[in-house]
Write a protein that binds this ligand. Sequence first.
Ligand SMILES: Cc1cc2nc3c(=O)[nH]c(=O)nc-3n(C[C@H](O)[C@H](O)[C@H](O)COP(=O)(O)OP(=O)(O)OC[C@H]3O[C@@H](n4cnc5c(N)ncnc54)[C@H](O)[C@@H]3O)c2cc1C
Length: 487
Amino acid sequence: MNKNIAVIGSGFSALSAACYLAKNGNTVTIFEKNKTVGGRANQFQKEGFTFDSGPSWYWMPDIFENFFKDFDKSVNDFYELDKLSPAYKIFFSDDTITIGDHMDKICEEFERIEPGSSIPLKTFISTAQTNYDIAINKIVLKPGISPFELVTKDTVTRLDQFFKTISSQVRKKFKNPKLISTLEFPVLFLGAKPNNTPSFYSFMNFADFGLGTWHPKGGMYEIVKGMKRLAEGLNVKIKTNSNVTKIVTHRKKATGITVNGKTIDFDVVLSGADYHHSETLLDESDRQYSEAYWNKKTFAPSSLLFYVGFDKKIENINHHNLFFDTNFETHAQDIYDQPKWPEEPLFYANFPSKTDESMAPEGKEAAFFLIPIAPGIEDTNAFRELYFEKIINRFEKRTNQKVKNSIIFKESFCVNDFIEKYNSYKGNAYGMANTLLQTAFLRPKLKSKKVTNLYFTGQLTVPGPGVPPALISGKLVAGLIKKHHSN
Ligand SMILES: Cc1cc2nc3c(=O)[nH]c(=O)nc-3n(C[C@H](O)[C@H](O)[C@H](O)COP(=O)(O)OP(=O)(O)OC[C@H]3O[C@@H](n4cnc5c(N)ncnc54)[C@H](O)[C@@H]3O)c2cc1C
């Protein structure tokens, strides 16, 4: 199979697909509109601080290892991975919970909060582990073409877990609200509310407690650098500052792309840009999904982000910190039900320099703060500043220290930036949520139903949001292209 293939975008899914396509003998060129590769996983340096601007949680290390193994390589060939101990800390209004790097430590912490709770925790995680094996080693590797992909002995015997929610299952086993929040947290990565996420997705709890939280030395961008190196080694050509403005078709067949004003012919076009945006690059008659279709979908939240450099070490915090000290349900309603700025949002604070001294100058601390918000809501400087004040005041109170006067650098990123920088639909941060009705074959398809030789990959198609799913999405679409174009 030697096809000339254009890949639009250079996020994890596009980089992954490009590597597999090149390995299969194709000539592959990536066109990325921005000046660096990696998509939402970006990194910048300011005044000696290093900030990863997108993903920060390295979960499911097996998926990264399997990716590199497909090219006879290992993660260690590209970056150094540390298991974080503890994994993370959750701040509530009257206490904190620290999640250790091993089930024994986590059980101890659960017992401290609710005596006896380690027993249901062990059974919950044991089910989660079985689900992880089924989901990650079987279901997720299907291309989402037909409902029958989901009908297996494993899934049929667990059908109830697709119709019960993670929220109801957790609440059945645990009564303490802090433990409930702790166990509902991992599915937030899938982009929907726990009470709208099937309990089968408890495999995320195994990813959390069973497999642990890791950190690539030098930051998450090391993964991108590694994948870029791998792609270049496979002769993938990478063109940055290359904005694609048109997917060219002739009689319902993709024949090329227009990039920076010039049309170039290709045999196959694969877009790893946001699916909605990719379809706008087509004539309207070639698009599969209407604006009404996208508008009805549940999108993962957007985010208000602050990258902050502090001129001192910050106390009482870990590498990853969740501030669950306000009402989750109220905040979730403001994201999903009646989109608006949340009154008192939950937020996440990332301090990579706590475990990786390369991320900040000596004696200083690099941080980023993330507030999940509804995609598409009004984004102004006034809102950004108002919300920084809200969270930094709470941060000071919960961690028992003054930090505001120690800020030497602060930059924000929000809805408007997601749209401008990534062509993101409504400024979503991490794609389309994995609700029951937006899972597998119910998601936008990897292959266009209207235009031959046109494919899609990324967090709006299968399997869903997050870095590990993006790696898998690239593998799936490359597999489909191989199947359809081997002659
Ligand atoms: C703030 C934030 C925090 C996150 N945290 C985590 C986390 O901790 N762990 C985790 O696993 N996941 C996390 N995620 C999700 C994860 O980053 C994404 O799911 C994943 O990176 C998406 O990859 P992708 O390939 O689908 O798309 P993207 O990374 O969005 O890549 C799409 C690329 O296409 C380019 N593009 C768009 N239009 C064009 C065009 N017309 N021409 C050329 N190029 C174009 C864009 O510039 C971009 O580079 C986070 C995301 C964000 C934003």
